[in-house]
Design a binder for this molecule. Structure first.
Ligand SMILES: [Zn+2]
Length: 424
């Protein structure tokens, strides 16, 4: 059996950064990256990537959803998949998605050319991760995961009125057969899925850490909560006689923050947000008779998320009673938490610690293609530092020394995962 390549070097990291700068120069304007999925600049990015692959005698094969797969066959058909995306939002950054793809390319370089690696390696460039054109994120990966509902996407159009079915066809994808991508995924003897991404938030920067171990992607519960009391004159109505719907809503929003604080532990934060507040009649001289707020709660642990919702509902009833109003909850949206694989988390932790001296753990607020793979195979992600926590904009950046360390840590994770899968 082939020994794993030598430890990842700075040369590898510098090659990745040079490739990323080349791709950015090719696919950006002064306003930022323009690799909008299914458009000409995205296709340019994919052509660039195809050329890079041909230098190491590899070529992509598209599945039925337009995801590009690149394979290095191993001594065993047990497979380690490295995934990310080349598409960007309009006026996006140079690292979102591309960092994962270009680092995975370097991983393939390290395993190509010599004798067969002990296990099969695959790189997948997911199509339309961002959903920036039709509003449906994770399009290609959800087709591969068979969680995509074709009837939900069929009516979608882009800002110019282009129908999704037509635009996909221009790119060689038949909407009605997209879910065949699931058969392709199922035919792989997948033992691990690894994804490398910028954090897109400010946690690693606040700790001055190059890389972090991602525990999973947040689950989410979102509701509209409506309080109904009685509108009344702001001068004539004594405090004790009021049915003030806004005060009940405001107390509930504040209590939701306390609930989030109570359930947050180091490395296992939870969040909640009240982003919508509607008050009626909405004039300065009336006690609010109706107040409606949104409550969006997120956590990595399904039980904790359920408790957070339960406690928020209890608090809203308490505040409704105190303010002499009624309260009703209307469910809007939910996403299941997707915790990552314990064994791969361990390998990720070792890799980050060996290169950077420490291994901070954090959940992912944003969803990623990795979340779609969780029901189908063991998954882990690694994050790197995002300057000022900024992403989806031209300011998106990572200081080069942090970027180099994180790239080396991810390449080490690939080596450790290959060795682990080969021996299990
Ligand atoms: Zn991304």
């Amino acid at each position: 059996m082939t020994p794993p390549p030598n430890a990842p070097t700075n040369d590898s990291a510098e090659r990745v950064i040079a490739d990323l700068r080349e791709l950015a120069a090719l696919t950006s304007t002064p306003a930022g990256a323009q690799r909008l999925a299914w458009g000409p600049v995205w296709r340019t990015a994919r052509d660039w990537f195809r050329k890079k692959l041909s230098e190491i005698k590899l070529a992509p094969v598209a599945d039925a959803a337009g995801n590009n797969w690149i394979t290095i066959p191993g001594a065993s058909d047990k497979t380690v998949i490295l995934g990310s995306h080349l598409d960007s939002v309009p006026n996006g950054g140079w690292l979102d998605g591309t960092l994962g793809i270009v680092t995975a390319l370097e991983a393939l370089r390290r395993y190509s050319g010599g004798s067969k690696p002990p296990v099969t390696l695959k790189l997948v460039d997911w199509a339309d991760e961002e959903g920036a054109r039709f509003g449906r994120s994770l399009l290609g990966s959800s087709a591969a995961a068979a969680s995509l509902k074709l009837d939900e996407i069929r009516p979608l159009t882009d800002a110019q009125g282009g129908r999704i079915e037509d635009i996909l066809r221009e790119n060689g994808v038949e909407l009605n057969s997209m879910l065949d991508a699931h058969q392709s995924l199922k035919s792989i003897n997948a033992k691990a899925y690894l994804e490398f991404h910028i954090e897109q938030g400010g946690v690693l920067e606040s700790m001055n850490k190059s890389a972090g171990v991602v525990l999973g992607t947040f689950g989410l519960q979102r509701y509209m909560v409506r309080f109904v009391g009685q509108a009344a004159h702001a001068g004539a109505t004594p405090i004790a006689m009021r049915k003030d719907a806004f005060l009940a809503a405001a107390s509930t929003a504040l209590e939701c923050r306390e609930i989030a604080r109570r359930y947050s532990k180091p490395g296992a934060g939870v969040v909640c947000t009240t982003g919508v507040v509607k008050v009626e009649p909405g004039i300065v001289t009336a006690v609010p008779g109706v107040a409606e707020i949104s409550i969006d709660q997120r956590a990595l642990d399904a039980k904790i998320l359920a408790s957070m919702v339960h406690e928020a509902q209890g608090a809203s009833r308490r505040f409704a009673e105190e303010n002499n109003v009624t309260v009703e909850w209307r469910h809007l949206f939910r996403i299941e938490p997707r915790p990552f694989d314990p064994q791969l988390l361990q390998l990720c932790e070792e890799s980050v610690r060996e290169i950077t001296g420490d291994a901070p753990k954090l959940p992912s607020g944003p969803l990623h293609d990795a979340a779609e793979m969780v029901p189908h195979m063991p998954v882990v992600m690694m994050f790197t530092y995002s300057s000022r926590g900024l992403s989806h904009c031209k300011e998106e950046d990572t200081p080069e020394d942090h970027l180099q360390k994180a790239i080396r840590a991810f390449l080490l994770l690939v080596d450790k995962t290959v060795a682990y899968v080969a021996s299990n």
